[in-house]
Design a protein around this ligand. Structure first.
Ligand code: PGA
Length: 255
């Protein structure tokens, strides 16, 4: 992290976990533990938990995000949720292009880009996820894959809009597997993402961009990962479901 240059952000990604009652319980436990955080704290929760999450965290420093949004404002898209719908509730963030969406629900860089632009147009702050598959890393094309995702996902996003974007680097092989990228691997790719953004925009825009690492980040490895210059925070899956573990990661980011 380089807090002199940019905001440190720890975001939980609950995935398909927690009923509204359970969400209330978890966030009621998290909020007092992170109240003195020296970083942004976000919980990205299932759609049905959003209202409860917003109510439970009202008046605290915990911000609420959704886990996806559609690119259209409204219309015949059964089962989808639009960015204006989320914004109207008071939701601030939205995870987009998560590898599970890409892997299981046919998300492509084109749809991630459309969703990103729709989110920004509604005043939401997208957390755009990129990351390579294991075999792509083994074939030594991690940088090509990441550069392509960054270019396509941020296509037509203006420099001004970029100020509201967070990039999450999540190597697919590290998600939910217990295999964390080493701090050096995370730093290498996060630095590469910043260099790519510098080429697409400019150095100042790249320096101001928050880039998170995600993939089995937990209370045991967060401090080392976050000690790296270009790792500005974390997108936390499994460990965000346990208040004490999530709070410990927030504490590591607050040092
Ligand atoms: P994990 O998930 O922390 O459980 O690996 C991270 C993510 O998918 O955002």
């Amino acid at each position: 992290m380089n807090k002199a240059k940019r905001k440190a952000v720890i975001a939980g990604n609950w995935k398909m976990n927690k009923t509204p009652a359970e969400a209330k319980e978890l966030l009621s436990a998290v909020a007092p533990l992170v109240k003195d955080a020296d970083c942004e704290v976000i919980a990205c929760v299932p759609f049905v938990d959003l209202q409860t999450a917003l109510e439970t965290t009202e008046g605290t420093n915990v911000k609420i995000g959704a886990e996806n949004c559609h690119w259209a404002e409204s219309g015949a898209f059964t089962g989808e949720i639009s960015a204006p719908m989320l914004a109207s509730m008071g939701v601030e963030y939205v995870v987009l292009g998560h590898s599970e969406r890409r892997q299981y629900f046919g998300e492509t860089d084109e749809t991630v880009n459309k969703r990103t632009k729709a989110a920004l147009a509604s005043g939401l702050k997208p957390i755009v996820c990129v990351g390579e598959l294991l075999w792509e890393r083994e074939c030594n094309i991690t940088e090509e894959v990441i550069a392509r995702q960054i270019k396509l996902d941020l296509w037509d996003v203006t420099e001004d809009e970029l100020k509201n974007v967070i990039i999450a680097y999540e190597p697919v092989w590290a998600i939910g597997t217990g295999k964390t990228a080493t701090a050096e691997q995370a730093e290498e790719v996060c630095a590469f993402i910043r260099a790519t953004v510098a080429k697409l925009y400019n150095q100042a825009a790249a320096d101001a961009l928050t880039i998170q690492y995600g993939g089995s980040m937990n209370d045991g490895n967060a401090e080392e990962l976050l000690s790296k210059e270009n790792v500005d925070g974390g997108l936390i899956g499994g460990a965000s479901l346990v208040a004490e573990k999530f709070a410990a990661i927030v504490a590591a980011a607050s040092k």
